[in-house]
Each structure stands twice: as C-alpha cells, then as structure tokens.
Ligand binder design. Structure first.
Ligand SMILES: C[S@@+](CC[C@H](N)C(=O)[O-])C[C@H]1O[C@@H](n2cnc3c(N)ncnc32)[C@H](O)[C@@H]1O
Length: 230
C-alpha cells in the first residue's frame, strides 16, 4: 500500500500504476479546505450541494461534511469514482477526519450507493465521469479532482466540462488544481468564465470557473488530448 503522511499530518496515497499522489504532499487536508471547500464558496451555504469528479479516498467529502456539521447545516453530495481505492486506505483516511464514516460506507464500498447519515446525503456512483448522468442546475459547486491532465487526459475535456456546466446552478463554481492552458480553454469552450486564483504549497495558482447565466455551449464528444503542466 502506498499510504503516506502529507506535510500537514493528513494521510494520502500514491496511485500504484502512474505514481501520482491522490493529494499534494504538502497537505491533503489543507488542499481540501482551501481549494475545494473555501475557494468554491461552499462555506457560504448552510445546505450546500456538491458534485465531485473522483471520490478517491473520500477526503474532500469528509472535510466538507465536518465543516457543514460544525455549522448545523446539511450536505448533499454526489460523487463519481471509476476505480475505487482499497477499502482499508479509504477507511483510514476518512476515519481520521470523521471516525463514524467508515462504518457507514464499508458495507457498500465498490458499488453505486446512496448513504444518508448525520447531516448528509451521499450519492456515490461507480463509473466514469464521461458517462455520468447528473440533474441539471442542481449543484452549488463542482470539485474537479480526477488526477492530473498529464496522467489522465481523457476526463479533462470540453465534453466533460459541459456536463459539469449543466449540473451547476447559474453562478455555481467549478474548482480544480490544474491551470494548464488546454484545461482553461476547455472550460471556456463549455461556457465557463475562468480565473486563476492564488494557490498554496508548490502550486502558484488553482482554477475557479463560474457558470454564467448563458445556456451551455454546444460541445462535441471527443478527446483531442489535453497536454501541458498540471
Ligand atoms: C486525485 S484522486 C481524488 C481524491 C479525492 N477527491 C479525495 O478527496 O480523496 C482522483 C480520483 O479520480 C478517479 N478518477 C479518475 N478518472 C476518473 C473518471 N474518468 N471518472 C471517475 N473517476 C475518475 C480516480 O480513480 C481517483 O480515485
């Protein structure tokens, strides 16, 4: 198992095939808080609706739920995962944030499932983001977290971004760590207004993409290859 402690003490894992970390080595939890939770604006909602591409080790979910609970809110979370990580790793990572979560999820791991617990509803879909069906104008925020475009280019496409655009409410926000030119252009092609925002750790910038009031752009399915740095 390639489990390791990141700089802020929280756990993460390296993918056994391509070697990329599930989270940055400077701090898994810090990225979850600063990029996904805070830069997305989720903290402003008492009852946020979040979509996540790449449930991974469940860290973003657990960190978001912990914050929502502190404020007595309710979290509605829909996530997709193509290749579920080993359960022991997920249980350890999530359990460090919210100890009761592993017990709720364990019986269902590796399947599509809806779990309802204290302060949340989680709909976890087993499958690929490219084919994931989501309700229109549902989400306040999208956490776009499917490994980097370098190792996983097929998901960083205008086609997938357009699906996220449709799933967001007007004014909703997609956040991600990649600022590669092709990613920015792909998001704009799908209809988003894109800005670079200050990042943390090794990265200078992250991306925030906002849905305008305009209808989604027509984007053809397909993959041209998204190159460039993450
Ligand atoms: C960087 S990790 C996500 C970390 C996670 N968000 C967390 O908080 O622990 C990327 C995840 O995206 C998943 N993934 C990659 N490509 C995908 C795709 N096309 N559809 C769905 N999930 C995908 C991977 O299997 C992996 O679990």
């Amino acid at each position: 198992m390639c489990l390791f402690r990141t700089g802020d003490g929280s756990l993460s894992m390296r993918h056994p095939r391509h070697g990329e970390g599930y989270h940055p080595r400077e701090g898994a939890r810090t990225q979850a808080e600063r990029l996904y939770l805070e830069a997305s604006g989720v903290t402003a909602f008492a009852r946020p609706r979040v979509v996540e591409v790449g449930f991974g080790l469940g860290l973003n979910f657990a960190v978001t739920l912990a914050r929502v609970r502190e404020r007595g809110g309710w979290l509605d979370y829909r996530a997709v995962e193509a290749e579920p990580a080993p359960w022991e790793v997920v249980a350890e990572v999530m359990g460090e944030i919210l100890p009761e979560l592993p017990g709720l999820l364990e019986p269902h791991w590796g399947r599509s499932v809806v779990v309802v617990g204290e302060g949340f509803r989680l709909e976890l879909a087993l499958g690929r983001a490219e084919r994931w069906s989501l309700p229109a104008e549902w989400a306040d925020a999208v956490y776009f977290d499917p490994f980097s475009p370098r190792v996983n280019p097929v998901v960083w496409t205008p086609w997938v971004f357009a699906r996220m655009y449709r799933a967001l409410k007007p004014g909703g926000v997609l956040v991600t760590y990649s600022v590669a030119g092709r990613v920015r252009r792909g998001l704009e092609q799908a209809g988003f207004e894109v800005e670079r925002i200050p990042a943390w750790g090794r990265k200078r910038h992250w991306l925030r993409a906002r849905k305008s009031d305009a209808p989604p752009h027509e984007v053809e399915e397909g993959y041209e290859g998204v190159e460039g740095r993450a």
